[in-house]
Design a binder for this molecule. Structure first.
Ligand code: ATP
Ligand code: MG
Length: 440
């Protein structure tokens, strides 16, 4: 008989569980809380789009489009791509859904994105992004608002200290053309030192050489001319308004004149929040202004600015969140008690009290399970208790125990959990009567 091969997880994908999952959820919770404070609406968009949505917006020569997209023909013969990011899809939605009527729009989303890259620490093929965008606002105040939001998120996650905001401007079209010409002249003069990849970039998109990680390229890139000498008055004023806004809001930033983003669509503001705690995968959050993008996709000329953050990278940086604990564990001993436990559990949970059951092994094992779950109380149902129409409720922090009539159980638990005492209860420690209700 043929052996059935055990299935494998696809390289670069993840099964997220336990501590990792708690970290992940903590990042998403913080993001949702902060985005509400800033009045950003959440949108949900498709996981896949027509390939052109990404190719036309991100640029055919960008790493993502040229090497990293999961693209396939579907059964109808259409060319489909799994989203490698959110911005392009949100802009596509803005056009197809007629969202101009709501502009300016402050939007967030989050979820899985897909890139065919070499997997390593902090780099996956299916990973997750948080995404925030402001569409239809050309004012530098929009850039500032997004950056302040990002900064607050990092503070709420407790990681702001180890992360630096690096900021640059890529200027307007006129600035870029002049700067680009100066860069080409510089790179042409140092052609012999450039990597194979950068020679191709020189032909297609010379600015991207500044983003190269190749050590040889770095030397040439680091001595390349800054954009500053080429900034038009408008572009310089825009950048100043952004940095002034950040200063006013109390957000720390540093200028990185070498910072260009890997995608074609950026104008004016470009930024990355970077840490040295994740090795080569040190960028946790990145973005910029993309005023040309919606026009490029065939929509009306619309300003836009946004960022995306890697959930996994943020999750790796934060402190381990405490595991959620359960209030009550029900411990039935015996067949009659098993059935009664079902009804008590259902009632507790319907009342909004988190509860679980320990139904295996001897009493000691069951109590160990209650401890492992972090429960505050154990409700013990033995034959004797049941016969008396009572349950034994044990407070696990100090082992005090009392008998509670089954009919009052939910009310009594609720009172106890919310800080009140049990009514008319008798407290015992190791079967010895101490006095009235639980002592705090
Ligand atoms: P990198 O330089 O690390 O490849 P990038 O410039 O390609 O990043 P963006 O396209 O700006 O990244 O995506 C935004 C964020 O998504 C990054 O700052 C990073 O936190 C995260 N990210 C990007 N690619 C991956 C990946 N393959 N695995 C995990 N997280 C990623
Ligand atoms: Mg990348």
């Amino acid at each position: 008989m043929a052996r059935i091969e055990t299935p494998k997880r696809i390289r670069g994908t993840q099964d997220i569980f336990g501590d990792e999952q708690r970290r992940f959820a903590h990042v998403l919770d913080a993001f949702d809380r902060v985005r509400r404070l800033y009045c950003f609406q959440r949108v949900e968009i498709p996981v896949f789009e027509a390939t052109g949505v990404f190719a036309r917006s991100m640029g055919e020569t960008s790493d993502v489009v040229s090497k990293e997209m999961y693209t396939f023909e579907d059964k109808g013969g259409d060319l489909i791509t799994l989203r490698p990011e959110f911005t392009a899809g949100i802009c596509r939605a803005y056009i197809t859904e007629g969202w101009q009527q709501y502009a300016p729009m402050k939007l967030v989303t989050s979820g899985p994105v897909f890139r065919y890259e070499r997997p390593q620490k902090g780099r996956f093929r299916q990973f997750h992004q948080l995404d925030a965008e402001i569409i239809g606002a050309a004012e530098p105040a929009a850039d500032v608002e997004l950056l302040v939001l990002a900064d607050q998120l990092l503070h709420e996650l407790g990681i702001a200290d180890g992360v630096t905001l690096q900021l640059n401007t890529l200027g307007d079209a006129e600035t870029r053309d002049a700067w680009r010409a100066a860069l080409v002249a510089h790179f042409e003069a140092h052609k012999d030192q450039l990597s194979e990849d950068s020679l191709t970039r020189l032909e297609k998109n010379p600015m991207r050489i500044l983003d190269s990680k190749d050590p040889g390229d770095r030397v040439v890139a680091d001595s390349a001319p800054d954009i500053d000498a080429y900034l038009t008055e408008e572009a310089a004023a825009f950048f100043k308004a952004v940095t002034d806004g950040l200063d006013a809001a109390g957000v720390n930033w540093t200028r990185n004149a070498r910072l260009v983003r890997g995608l074609d669509y950026y104008r004016h503001t470009a930024f990355e929040f970077v840490t040295d705690r994740l090795g080569a995968q040190g960028t946790v959050l990145a973005g910029g202004r993309y005023d040309g993008l919606i026009g490029n996709l065939g929509g009306p000329e619309t300003a836009g600015v946004g960022w995306a953050a890697g959930v996994e990278r943020l999750a790796m940086l934060i402190e381990e969140p405490t595991a959620g604990s359960v209030e009550v564990v029900v411990i039935p001993m015996g067949d009659a008690a098993n059935l009664k436990a079902q009804s008590i559990l259902a009632e507790l949970r319907r009342d909004g009290i988190s509860a679980d059951m320990a139904f295996r092994g001897n009493m000691k094992r069951r109590m160990q399970k209650a401890d492992a779950l972090g429960a505050r109380y154990a409700i013990i149902l033995g034959d004797d208790e049941l016969a008396r129409g009572e349950a034994a409720v044990k407070r696990l922090a100090d082992g005090t125990q009392q008998s509670v009539p089954l009919d009052d159980l939910c009310d009594a638990m609720w009172a106890q959990i919310t800080g009140d005492e049990f009514p008319d209860a008798v407290t015992t420690v190791d079967d010895e009567v101490v006095k009235g209700p639980f002592q705090p």
